[in-house]
Design a protein around this ligand. Structure first.
Ligand SMILES: Cc1cc2nc3c(=O)[nH]c(=O)nc-3n(C[C@H](O)[C@H](O)[C@H](O)COP(=O)(O)OP(=O)(O)OC[C@H]3O[C@@H](n4cnc5c(N)ncnc54)[C@H](O)[C@@H]3O)c2cc1C
Length: 333
């Protein structure tokens, strides 16, 4: 059967679903994209992500397969989304936590130690604040709301039909690509939620060109600069399925750490505090599970933006030629 004749339904409009729909439609499949909510991103965990594309920094705590998928995804992002910022990542620590910086350097790669002068050159608003830092020049970031909306539009332009406000499992498709995130736990009992809380603040007093990670033995933090003087501060990583609002302690820690990074954040406006869960398997590695005519693409944990493009291409390769990638595919039939 040619691609055009294969009818595919992609369920879910998080970052996984929109990438799947966009890539499969671009490759000629006949794609319908569904979402349980009328507004496509309302419940998506992707909506509150920092959207850092950090294949090197993330290997501090992630398996090498994440770096591999992330490195394949970066050029795909660049090709699909023109508003990606490729300015790298800066990792800093207070003088008392210098050993954290050494540890982080040992556990990651593709970085350089830079001194106070270079820090000031890269980020003038951090001049004089830190004596040394790690710089990862090949990393990137983007604004998740913008990226999700843009990809959805590109998917529609590539021929994707959308059906929003329906939870139904379709029965007239050749294949279902299930990208329902944590909602797929009804069919994937191994899936668990890892709660993440974040804050969005706004100030014109400070500007950064790249994500700044502040290492701390107990509460590491990152700040991602978004357009219009907005900063995303993230994120807690809590073993919990609770999707309720941000708790006081986490809110204080997020905002307090931002103030610790630069006192001018004390005058910033709090725009939003949000929480959701990251869909995760026990090993925190994404999987493509093939069960009859359903492919579940799930468990992207902290790496949904980083790895979705590569996973979409792996699914397309499977549908084309039955090709599977060791370590990612679980073929059950
Ligand atoms: C605070 C925070 C910060 C993060 N920062 C980063 C980061 O910097 N970089 C990075 O790569 N990752 C980051 N992540 C992780 C990333 O957000 C997740 O890996 C990603 O959102 C998972 O995407 P998903 O599409 O699987 O799930 P979701 O985004 O949750 O999407 C699931 C979709 O399925 C829909 N759905 C549910 N039920 C049905 C149904 N019955 N039918 C149809 N649709 C349905 C939902 O409405 C939703 O649209 C972060 C996560 C959090 C919480």
């Amino acid at each position: 059967m040619s691609n055009k004749q294969l009818k595919i339904t992609v369920r879910g409009t998080g970052i996984v679903g929109v990438w799947q729909a966009f890539v499969l439609a671009s490759k000629g499949f006949s794609v319908t994209l569904t979402c349980n909510t009328k507004e496509p991103f309302k419940e998506a965990s992707s909506w509150i992500a920092g959207a850092m594309l950090a294949p090197f920094c993330e290997t501090e705590s992630a398996e090498p397969v994440i770096r591999r998928l992330g490195l394949s995804s970066l050029p795909l992002w660049q090709e699909a989304f023109p508003h990606i910022s490729r300015n790298g990542t800066l990792v800093v620590a207070q003088p008392r936590d210098t050993s954290e910086l050494q540890r982080f350097a040992r556990q990651t790669s593709a970085h350089e130690f830079i001194d106070e002068a270079k820090i000031g050159e890269l980020e003038p608003d951090l001049a004089g604040q830190f004596r040394t830092a790690l710089f990862y020049p090949d990393e990137a970031h983007l604004q998740p709301h913008w990226a999700l909306s843009y990809l959805l539009q590109k998917a529609c332009e590539a021929g994707v039909e959308t059906k929003f406000g329906t939870s139904e499992r379709p029965d007239d498709s050749d294949y279902i690509i299930d990208c329902r995130g944590i909602a797929a736990r009804d069919e994937l009992p191994d899936l668990r939620g890892v709660r993440g809380e974040m804050a969005i603040i706004r100030t014109s007093e400070i500007s950064f060109s790249r994500p700044i990670r502040l290492l701390h033995p107990r509460f590491p933090l990152y700040m991602v600069p978004w357009p219009d003087n907005h900063f995303m501060i993230g994120a807690t990583v809590i073993e919990s399925d609770d999707q309720g609002p941000v708790c006081v302690r986490s809110g204080l820690e997020l905002l307090g750490s931002a103030y610790g990074l630069h006192s001018a954040f004390g005058e910033a406006q709090i725009i939003k505090l949000s929480a959701n869960v990251r869909p995760s398997f026990p090993d925190n590695i994404p999987k493509i599970i093939v069960r009859n005519k359903t492919l579940y693409v799930n468990g992207l944990y902290r790496h949904g933006f980083l790895t979705s493009p590569a996973l979409a291409h792996l699914v397309a390769d499977y549908l084309h030629e039955g090709k599977t990638d060791e370590g990612i595919f679980v073929v059950e039939h």
